[in-house]
Design a protein around this ligand. Structure first.
Ligand code: MG
Length: 299
């Protein structure tokens, strides 16, 4: 397939030579946060500066506006019950859309101070919600509203929706961004895009071992060779599929770069979808792309 670069023989098994990268939609400004809903076979994603959530219907290929205004929503995910969890830049909060369509605020402050602008979110199998809180939504009016940080740090949080308890679990990153657990949840991967605020800092993925539910000492997992990592996902075999500049990079769980898929626009995030979780949905700058791969997203 054109645009696929093999860096390691192991990548040949993960892509199809005859599968084509499909451009499903274009017309966004900065698209992010894809989340797939298997019960309805649709994908929700964010068009952050345009202040809307979009919806792609996999059954007929149609695209429509799901929510506008969206409070400049960035990252989204689907929880185990099939509900939408969203990171809203403008309202500086994490929300859950309930089955009746109402919006429930899960977190908007920490120790009495407003969050910066939640960026990306995942759910752990125990029902806790983990999200990153860099400053991109308060750095300018383009993706939110310019404001100072009340907290004074960009951290990773763990939220227990049952009790409402919010805990800052990782404080050693400059601008934590995308995050994901390994399939067995023994490792938490976190992207750091701190180079936007500290020039010269490498853009990295760090791997935090999970020790008794806590994030332990991190190790450097990967450094982005060009451009930025942002959002990423892990497949059922533990491969990391990540945005990386204008491409999607696939890493083995040992960190080896196995291969890449060139998209041609800056990739913000991606997720697995389709009934078999083997269709990679890719948010690339202004457009939504998809590619069938020989891998399944981790459950
Ligand atoms: Mg992000």
């Amino acid at each position: 397939m054109s645009g696929v670069i093999i860096h390691d023989e192991r990548f040949k098994r993960l892509v199809f030579g005859h599968a084509k990268l499909e451009k499903l939609w274009t017309g966004g400004r900065w698209v992010e946060g894809p989340a797939y809903f298997p019960a309805g076979r649709y994908l929700i994603w964010s068009d952050i500066p345009n202040n809307r959530l979009m919806r792609f219907d996999e059954t007929d290929g149609s695209v429509s506006v799901f929510r506008e205004p969206s409070n400049n929503t960035n990252g989204n995910t689907t929880d185990r019950a099939g509900r939408l969890i969203s990171c809203e830049h403008l309202a500086r909060r994490v929300t859950r859309t309930e089955f009746d369509g109402s919006i429930h605020v899960l977190a908007d402050s920490f120790e009495g101070k407003r969050l910066n602008s939640p960026n990306d979110v995942i759910e752990k199998s125990d029902g806790t919600i983990w999200f990153t809180d860099p400053t991109y939504g308060i750095d300018s009016d383009y993706e939110g509203a310019k404001a100072p940080s009340e907290i004074g740090g960009s951290w990773v949080y763990r939220l227990d929706p049952a009790s409402g308890a919010l805990e800052a679990v990782i404080k050693d990153r400059v601008q934590p961004n995308g995050l994901a657990f390994s399939p067995d949840e023994t490792v938490l991967y976190v992207v750091d895009t701190g180079a936007t605020h500290r020039p010269g800092l490498p853009v990295t993925i760090h791997a935090y071992p999970m020790v008794e539910g806590r994030a332990g000492e991190p190790r450097l997992f990967a450094t982005c060779p060009e451009g930025f990592y942002d959002g990423f996902r892990v497949d059922s075999e533990g491969h990391i599929w990540t945005s990386a500049g204008t491409a999607v990079h696939c890493h083995a769980s040992d960190g080896t770069l196995l291969g890449e898929i060139q998209i041609g626009e800056i990739v913000g995030n991606l997720c697995f979808g389709g009934p078999k979780r083997n269709r990679l949905y890719i948010c690339g700058q202004t457009s939504l792309y998809a590619l069938f791969v020989n891998a399944r997203g981790a459950v």
